[in-house]
Write a protein that binds this ligand. Sequence first.
Ligand code: ADP
Ligand code: MG
Length: 266
Amino acid sequence: MNNQNVNNVPQEKSPVLELMAISHSYQTADGAIEAIRDINLSVDEHEFVCILGPSGCGKSTILNLLAGFFSPLAGQALIDGMPITKPDRNRGVMFQTDTLYPWMNVEDNITFGPRMRGAKSEECAAISQNYLSEVNLNTYGRKRVYELSGGMKQRVALARVLANEPRVILMDEPFAALDAVTRVQMQGLIRNIWHQEKRTIVMITHDIDEALSLGTRLVIMTRSPGTIEEIIETDFTITALNTPGQRVQITPEYIKLRDHIFQIIV
Ligand SMILES: Nc1ncnc2c1ncn2[C@@H]1O[C@H](COP(=O)(O)OP(=O)(O)O)[C@@H](O)[C@H]1O
Ligand SMILES: [Mg+2]
């Protein structure tokens, strides 16, 4: 029903991201390493796609191709139907370790993109305040990067991505380096931001529970060369949003699915 216009004509929902028959190899001194083979995936608006697989199966390769850091040897990556040729602000990228500029304070880090596009200082202050409050760091604008904990740095990195108003957020194991408690807090934060602002997110993880508790669609990969073994739709993240304390419910169905995924990726 949602996909019908006023004349009641069904509308084709076009994907935000498309990976079409993508394969990629790296040239090394010891010869070519085939990283991924024949990857086909499309991501719709407001999906939270988690790509899950063992170390070395090509997850980061896929993310880097989506970011536009390099082009695949075969196949095509599209955003809104247009080829991805280089990095741009439409795709905000977050990595495992923060890539904040240590010589700038928090506010200047967050507003780096807007400033490069000509935003004046008053506008930057408002942008910084807005996104700092979204990541629950209201009073941290003047802090230096070295004054922040690992979790805070990742919050600032997220605020910096959000300040660019990207079409898609790409995350490569963004919480993997955090302690268990901070990791769960960050998962709750990103789930809320995804839900409240209807963001579109592609997150790489090797953590089955993280994927199950965040993703609306899980892409399960196998290794060498990485291929997609299975794509699974889940609603544990939606259920968590409607649960007191937003805790993911470890139901028999959850345990069964976790076991199923475990069998695929080990
Ligand atoms: N720049 C590179 N040069 C050579 N080999 C690479 C490079 N990046 C990744 N690889 C290889 O490609 C494969 C997939 O790597 P990667 O995409 O980083 O996997 P994952 O993120 O799932 O751990 C691995 O075998 C890795 O060693
Ligand atoms: Mg990786």
